[in-house]
Design a protein around this ligand. Structure first.
Ligand code: UD1
Length: 379
């Protein structure tokens, strides 16, 4: 008698941007016409309550079946430690496939272990490219795609990029954007900006009521690890707050660098309002009412496009070109003159209006579950 084929999909999360991508996939696995069994594994790459547990709670993600508890380290150490701890779990769970999302170190580490064990890899958010190999995430993207059996893409142009890298287009499935599934599912629960602004001084509240407010996030090593670059960016942002207050939730990396480089004094007393990392519903509530977003995050470029909020990306490139071609995003780099010009245009109502890209319709996870269900049935 032949042993039955494994049917469980081992789903990997590790860092903050993974959680909002995995939530709708797990829900679609549970509620699809043919439910798919998931084993949820958290590598523990992000471990602070503000960086992980509050997302599990807000998005109703089940408690992980396995937590590797890896934590922070250098790239090599972190990636190696995830691989070392993941291999025995993979052998024990013996899944039909390992599903990874995005481009963080947890993504490549688990994809590499699975591929070498002969377990098919499924990559959600495949085919995004900045063509900037100095970004660790770009290396993670290229290698994960090479290792994957099923590649789910968020934008149509991704297939051509993957084909150019020698990937068989029959493995590529355009399904849309799971991040936007989560955004649409949670808009009605988002915490109103007014309630959040009540935490600030009354003069800030009055300014925000009169002029509106913007949101800033920065955490890319290229922006925050060099003291001169970080100082220049913070000066530019504090100058921008003469026009409108900017709420700046601090990623732990950025908070550490601001302290280490002695830059906190530069910000104090300005309209640059530092906060702890925000929860998903808090960020969504602010985002939908913001006048503009200044960011180096990948997710915020997409979320601002989905909500029609103008976004200036403080990087030299983006791996998400559709947010520029069709959405509200403009890549301004780190040039402070370009940033100031971009802000002026947006506040003068000359920001990009944009439209919502194809497939960003709240149904991406359902399409993923259907394709995986078919793939399991066809084996
Ligand atoms: C990682 C991802 C990046 C993603 C980002 C979102 C990689 C290569 N990078 O970058 O793509 O956009 O997550 O946040 O995987 N730290 C804490 N608490 C935490 C997590 C991190 O204090 O919960 C601190 C640690 O001191 C650590 C630093 O933040 O050294 C960086 O964490 P790490 O996971 O290495 O990378 P991120 O910069 O967060």
């Amino acid at each position: 008698m032949s042993t039955p084929l494994p049917r469980t999909i081992l789903c990997v999360v590790g860092a903050r941007p993974n959680f909002m991508k995995m939530a709708p996939i797990l829900a679609a696995f549970r509620h699809g016409s043919t439910p798919i069994n998931a084993h949820l594994l958290h590598t523990g790459q992000h471990y602070d309550h503000t960086m992980q547990q509050q997302f599990f709670d807000a998005l109703g993600i089940p408690r992980p079946d396995t937590d590797l508890g890896v934590g922070s380290a250098s790239h090599a150490q972190q990636t190696a430690e995830i691989m070392r701890r993941f291999e025995p779990v993979l052998r024990k769970v013996h899944p039909a496939a390992v599903l990874v999302v995005g481009d963080v170190n947890s993504t490549i580490a688990c994809a590499l272990v699975a591929a070498k064990e002969g377990v098919p890899v499924i990559h959600v958010e495949a085919g995004l490219r900045s063509y900037d190999r100095s970004m660790p995430e770009e290396i993670n993207r290229v290698l994960t795609d090479q290792l994957s059996e099923l590649l789910f893409t968020t934008e149509l142009s991704a297939e051509e990029r993957l084909t150019r890298e020698g990937i068989d287009p029959r493995r590529v499935h355009f399904v849309g954007n799971v991040m936007i599934d989560t955004l649409r599912d949670n808009l009605s629960r988002a915490i109103p900006a007014e309630r959040q602004l009540a935490a600030f001084d009354t003069d800030i509240q009055a300014r925000a009521a009169a002029d509106g407010f913007g949101i800033v996030t920065l955490h890319r090593p290229s922006n925050v690890d060099d003291p001169n670059i970080l100082e220049q960016l913070l000066r530019c942002l504090t100058e921008t707050t003469e026009q409108l207050p900017l709420i700046f939730p601090l990623h732990p990396r950025t908070r550490d660098r601001i302290e280490a480089f002695g830059l906190r004094g530069l910000i104090e007393g300005s309209g640059l309002l530092l906060t702890e990392p925000l929860g998903y519903l808090e960020m969504l509530g602010l985002l939908r009412e913001a006048r503009l977003v200044l960011t180096d995050s990948g997710g915020l470029q997409e979320e601002s496009t989905a909500l029609g909020i103008p976004c200036l990306t403080l990087r030299e490139n983006t791996e998400r070109p559709i947010t520029v071609e069709e959405g509200t995003n403009t890549v301004v780099g780190r040039d402070v003159t370009a940033i100031a010009r971009g802000v002026k245009e947006i506040l003068g109502d000359r920001g990009k209006a944009g439209k919502i890209p194809e497939g960003w319709d709240g149904e991406a996870a359902r399409r993923i579950a259907e394709t995986i269900g078919q793939w399991l049935a066809d084996r």
